[in-house]
Write a protein that binds this ligand. Structure first.
Ligand code: ZN
Length: 163
């Protein structure tokens, strides 16, 4: 298990779509590294392209800052449906340090993914985990928060970016 460097925007890899992830020992090792990296960076979600691995995998722990850790690994996640409602929330990103953005997302999603053991899982996520999963799946599609802003809001966000 190793802590990996987190790519910073505008690294071009953060703007590329990822290919399918294949369960196996290499993916197990990558997921372990990503969880260690996420906790070390004090984040609650991390997508594989943020450590330069262009596969559809993200890790999340929505609750560790408030209690016992609950590490979760999502292989080849797919959003099956979004609730009709939309909410606006503040999002940060470990690849865009110092920048907080207001992003509109669905507060509830139905998600399908594969476990590290290759088992297909499905669940309804709501609240923070739903928002976080949409943020991380955006990364797998080469989309960062800045890409979801108006040109004016994007310029403002970039001025806040840490040098
Ligand atoms: Zn991010």
């Amino acid at each position: 298990m190793a802590i990996r460097p987190i790519l910073r925007w505008p690294d071009p890899r953060l703007s590329q779509a990822c290919g399918p992830a294949v369960p196996g020992p290499e993916l197990d090792a990558l997921a372990a590294d990503m969880l260690a990296t996420m906790y070390h960076a004090e984040g609650r979600g991390l997508a594989a392209p943020q450590v330069g691995e262009m596969v559809r995998l993200f890790v999340m722990d929505a609750v560790w800052k408030d209690g016992p850790a609950e590490p979760q690994v999502f292989v080849n996640p797919e959003i099956l449906s979004l609730s009709e409602e939309r909410v606006e929330g503040v999002e940060g990103c470990l690849s865009i340090p110092g920048v907080r953005t207001l992003i509109v997302r669905a507060p509830e999603i139905r998600l399908r993914w594969t476990s590290l053991f290759g088992a297909v899982q499905e669940a309804t996520l709501s609240g923070f985990p739903a928002i976080c999963a949409q943020h991380e799946i955006d990364h797998l599609d080469g989309i960062v928060t800045l890409d979801r802003l108006s040109p004016e809001a994007r310029d403002e966000a970039l001025r806040e970016m840490e040098a």
